[in-house]
Design a protein around this ligand. Structure first.
Ligand code: 23J
Ligand code: MN
Length: 264
């Protein structure tokens, strides 16, 4: 009976997908050799973008098959940040791409729209107060939710616009340290997802401490997802995100396909 009921829920899910009452939103950018990677100060080692090398393409190297070799940094394009990525998460249990419990790859989405704020200020930081005013309208962020920061940044399609570097470094929105602490500790989120190249603001290298969202989230065993698109196709609550990184042994993250199930 229990089996019947649970398979009934899943059969209903398939039916809702078939009838388009639930639609599948692709939150992933296309991964290509021109996908931008984060531009750290030159004193730090850079992460390489994607190189695709052909093995064969229906030719003498393989007459009936086409395939490539990928070379890329783990943190390229739409990608997942595991807790082990940051020094604050280095000793946590189940902190790498191969050891995170797969249950954590599925969670409800809370989408916070700050597009107008970011239009006025490219360095906009989400604050706990702003999250609480969102909660006053949409309800409390449940434990195990993804908080997706909708900034409109994915409309910036050239590398220059997307990285938005000036003489004093990159400028893009993110989270205040207090906000990351609030989401990790007061709300117990799965993590945060952003449209920008990293889960910290462009200027976060100059913050004290530097990169506070990485330090806070990963120190609390939480995740990050970057370079999301199509967040404007999600409701503030009610969508479910599926985000499973590659099972790289001791991996700090990976490119992935991020899918949302959204009510039509
Ligand atoms: C390394 C150092 C700083 C940052 C990052 C990586 C990322 O954003 C990343 O992709 O995790 S801010
Ligand atoms: Mn990353």
């Amino acid at each position: 009976m229990a089996d019947r009921q649970s398979s009934g829920i899943l059969a209903q899910l398939v039916e809702e997908l078939n009838s388009k009452r639930i639609h599948v939103v692709d939150l992933t950018t296309t991964l290509s050799p021109s996908t931008p990677v984060i531009d750290l100060p030159p004193i730090f080692a850079p992460s390489p973008g994607l190189t695709l090398t052909e093995i064969s393409r229906y030719d003498s190297r393989g007459p009936a098959w086409y395939w490539n070799v990928l070379t890329l940094g783990e943190h390229t394009g739409t990608h997942f940040d595991a807790p082990i990525h940051w020094i604050t998460g280095r000793d946590l249990p189940e902190n790498a791409t191969d050891t995170i419990a797969p249950r954590k790859f599925i969670g409800p989405a809370c989408v916070i729209d700050v597009t107008a704020d970011v239009q006025a200020n490219q360095d906009f930081l989400l604050t706990p107060e702003r999250v609480q005013s969102w909660e006053a309208t949409h309800g409390r962020i449940p434990a195990g939710a993804w908080v997706l920061l909708r900034t409109g940044w994915s409309a910036r399609t050239t590398r220059e616009e997307f990285l938005n570097a000036r003489d004093d470094g990159p400028h893009s929105p993110g989270f205040s340290k207090a906000c990351s602490e609030f989401l990790a500790h007061e709300r117990d989120v799965l993590g945060v997802g952003v449209e920008t190249i990293g889960t910290d603001a462009g200027q976060a290298g100059t913050f004290n401490p530097p990169f506070p969202n990485h330090g806070t989230m990963h120190g609390a065993g939480k995740f990050g997802i970057t370079s999301l698109i199509n967040l404007d196709q999600l409701p503030p609550i009610g969508a479910v995100v599926i985000a499973a990184p590659l099972k790289i042994a001791d991996g700090s993250g990976s490119p992935l396909r991020v899918i949302a199930l959204a009510p039509a």
